[in-house]
Design a protein around this ligand. Sequence first.
Ligand code: BG6
Length: 453
Amino acid sequence: MLFGATGDLAHRKIFPSLYDMEKRGALNVPVVGISRDAMSDEAIRSRARDGIERFGGELDDAIFDRLAQRLHHCMVDYSQKDCFAGLREKLGSRKRPLYYLAIPPSVFESVVEELKASGCAEGASVVVEKPFGRDLQSAQALNKVLHRVFPEDRIYRIDHYLGKEALLNLQYFRFANRFLEPIWNREHVRAIQITMAEDFGVEGRGGFYDEAGAIRDVVQNHMMQAVALLAMDPPAAADDESLRDAKVRLFRSMLPLQVDDVVRGRYEGFKNEPGVAQGSTTETYAAIRINIDSWRWAGVPFFIRVGKHLPVTATEVLVSMHKPPQRLFAAEGGPSRNYFRFQLKPSTLIAIGASAKKGGEEMVGEQIEMIALHQEPEELEAYDRLIGDALSGDSGLFARVDEVESTWQVVDPVLAAGTPIFDYPKGSWGPSEADGLIKGFGRWHDPLSPERL
Ligand code: BG6
């Protein structure tokens, strides 16, 4: 039961994913697209088709026809009393509906309450899209509203990063290997960087983005989840709750951000984007230092850099290690640092940086990089995986209430602080002020563009 069926998210992501699921034979339930518009089943089907053709892979008519047969439209006119009567009728005797709220957060509360009042919430689950609140207080309020109607284990808070193959691999690589754990701590790791670069702007989402900004849009959620998988202690057991417990423990050991942990930037021309308010102070770029106060990580900064209109679209993690303690090869400036490089986008890549001797008489080294794994962009899109999981009641790849609230707790102090904002030219690596943040820990690592891989 898809609320917001005529919206942008459904168009770009949800319908293409439903199509992929249909293709894999993984969709075996009816789909009801819900919106305020009076439209026929045919009209919602052609809207879905358009989204799949534009944003999905190639469309096969036979597969689309199968999807179309299970797709219906239901109109909800919120201004009417008992506006969910039509929805209840569509539900009929069906049990365990899954409501997907691909709608603005401002209407979550009324929709959720109305689901309950109309008797549609019985045995139901709910998928909630990000942004999940806009600060700690609003996230807590939203959780309260949801909990009035749905138990926590039937609330699926989407953070699509959790469904990404590369993130799942990060988790696997960390805990499936013996050699990593002994060095994965402050004794050996000097600093960790994550850069999430996008070479495009707000793409028609100026209004939404101006309300959010880079920190709310991708740091509080996607980047925090990436840090969690990199830095958490091994979960106590293999079940989903143990994994989430491990992440929450990590989030709780993060120190709340201070104003000098953050440099905000804005690409030139952002203020002229449609939907952006005059006098906007929203960032399209943020460089952040996260400090984790734990035995494992105290003194190891986690640098995060995210931005729109940067030179490439790529997300990479760089874990740089301390130098060897003995200065045997100091004469030539010493070997460079070992590092682990994880590319999370566009491909899944794991590489290890090391030093080796150059051929020849001299004991002189050079930096080499061993590419341990290089997988092409993921087969299974994050949304396919997550919608499938929600349909089968598997909540492991969704953010639990305490994950969401503890990450807001970390970023909250800087959201309202009004830190300065520095303009940067489109296509650059952001404001040079961000270099000061990383001082003493080398330079920002710029991910490779796909062509250079
Ligand atoms: C979304 C943000 O959650 O993630 C977008 O709202 C961002 O601004 C997108 O572009 C990036 O996701 P991905 O999967 O393309 O890296």
